[in-house]
Design a protein around this ligand. Structure first.
Ligand SMILES: [Zn+2]
Ligand SMILES: [Zn+2]
Length: 151
């Protein structure tokens, strides 16, 4: 999905929010944001830790967890609960999309269906409400896994 913001501009906002929260600036927080931004996909805390360890061997998974919680609270990243492959994270500065998740292999596919988007707005309207956001995940057995499990 298309990025809505440059990495530099996200890091700029991150520094502001770190200051606002009375925290010390840490290279690791910026590293987590960079890794997620550059990957463009949905990473597990383990994958993020591994990738940061390439540059900083002292990175621990528990500090990555703490950072992920902070970044999620401040809306720099989104959490995706995948069942099969646990919690995954993606950068928030991507165009809106929903997810198809394979229950066998854990593959994640991003999609946007304009009709579904519109219908959700209409459903909220029917209840005299204004849709603020939504979170839709389709759990599937993907084409690859269907093929592998034939016969
Ligand atoms: Zn699959
Ligand atoms: Zn996504």
């Amino acid at each position: 999905m298309h990025r809505l913001e440059t990495l530099e501009s996200i890091l700029e906002r991150l520094r502001v929010s770190i200051r606002k929260n009375g925290l010390k600036n840490s290279k690791q927080r910026e590293e987590v944001v960079s890794v997620l931004y550059k990957s463009g996909t949905h990473l597990s805390p383990e994958e993020i830790t591994q990738s940061i360890r390439l540059r900083d061997k002292n990175t621990s998974i528990s500090s990555v967890y703490r950072i992920l919680n902070f970044l999620e609270k401040e809306r720099f990243i989104y959490t995706l609960e995948t069942n099969k492959n646990g919690r995954r994270y993606e950068i928030a500065a991507k165009e809106h999309h929903d997810h198809i998740i394979c229950l066998h292999c854990g593959d994640i596919i991003e999609f946007v269906d304009p009709e579904i988007e519109e219908r959700q707005i209409q459903v909220a309207k029917k209840f005299d409400a204004k849709l603020v956001s939504h979170d839709m995940r389709l759990f599937v057995v993907c084409a690859k896994c269907l093929l592998a499990n034939k016969d």
